[in-house]
Design a protein around this ligand. Structure first.
Ligand code: ADP
Ligand code: MG
Length: 306
């Protein structure tokens, strides 16, 4: 089989591991920078060109599209879909997951446990919004933040009010959330492939830090998850329509709550913490899906909801 990996940097751990896994399973693989792909959008014979060359013959495309290039990256992925190339995560599902508001709304609609979450447009509504999520302490998140940047814990009502007003003053979109104190600065990353949790790790934020992101100095260890956590992760992946994703869960007093679903989960933390060949599992799954979907009508499908 011939794989394309949409990634801006072939040197990144995740990209390197996917290249290795393709090689180990005797597949051909090429890394394509999504920003260097340009397209001819016709219904008759859609095509993608790359540095002067017309791309042809790919069976599967693995998107590793960075948050900052979501818009163009998903357009390129959509074009691969139009050409009948199997996408490991559809463009629509990635777009869904990247919009944090849309994602929490979809998860809530499906009855999946979430921290109480609110959002508002006008500073006038801040007081009421804070009351709705249970008051301080509260977590305030920039919608377009990643790697823990833009996530603030406001310990007091006054602090929460000032932070919300400041963000709103900058015209930033924010989300206000109940603080799950009992999680103790830790969360659980469930790595889901094809509706199964194939690996799970606990990430613990460094001393005095409520954010567990590895980029913020958090540490990862292997963890055994409960059946409820497992089914929560699988359901969240299904609602988002993602074949491969990282579902981040907090252990709250009222059971597992989903914090976010990541459509391009990193491989380094999870492989090192669990010792599992997650890249290999991703590639095997793609191969299986290509065989299953062969002959299906070539168009952008939409799994998941909304
Ligand atoms: P990002 O997309 O930047 O990673 P997250 O929503 O995942 O943003 O938040 C970053 C980290 O902050 C999480 O991994 C978690 O440890 C902590 N965190 C986020 N929301 C809450 C919350 N409601 N209660 C407790 N901790 C939280
Ligand atoms: Mg996160």
């Amino acid at each position: 089989m011939k794989f394309a990996i949409l990634s801006r940097n072939p040197k990144l751990y995740s990209t390197r591991r996917l290249i290795e896994a393709c090689g180990a399973q005797d597949h051909e693989v090429r890394v394509l920078d999504p920003l260097r792909c340009y397209m001819n959008i016709t219904s008759h014979r859609p095509s993608i060109h790359y540095k002067g060359e017309k791309l042809e013959g790919f069976d599967a495309v693995i998107p590793r599209i960075g948050a900052s290039v979501t818009f163009y990256g998903t357009a390129v992925l959509r074009q691969f879909e139009m050409m009948g190339v199997y996408p490991l995560n559809e463009s629509v599902a990635i777009t869904r997951a990247r919009d944090k508001l849309r994602a929490v709304q979809l998860l809530a609609r499906a009855g999946i446990g979430l921290p109480v979450t609110g959002f508002a447009h006008k500073p006038d509504d801040v007081q009421d919004l804070l009351r709705e999520v249970g008051g301080a302490p509260a977590v305030i998140k920039l919608l377009e933040g990643t790697q823990g940047i833009g996530v603030v814990l406001a310990e007091t009502h006054k602090a929460a009010e000032s932070v919300i007003e400041a963000f709103m003053g900058l015209k930033a979109n924010i989300l206000v959330q109940e603080f799950i104190k009992e999680a103790g600065g830790a969360d659980i990353r469930c790595f889901v492939i094809g509706g199964k949790v194939v690996a799970a790790m606990k990430r613990q934020g460094k001393e005095g830090e409520f954010r567990s992101n590895l980029h913020r100095g958090g540490e990862a260890t292997i963890i055994r998850i409960s059946p409820e956590e497992r089914s929560t992760a699988v359901r969240a992946a299904k609602v988002m329509g993602l074949d491969v994703c990282g579902v981040d869960i907090l252990r709250s007093n009222h059971g597992p709550v989903v914090m976010e679903v990541n459509s391009s989960p990193g491989l380094e933390g999870i492989e090192k913490a669990t010792g599992k060949d997650v890249a290999g599992m991703v590639v095997s799954y793609a191969k299986k899906r290509v065989a299953e979907t062969a002959g299906q009508k070539k168009r952008t499908r939409t799994r998941g909801q909304g």
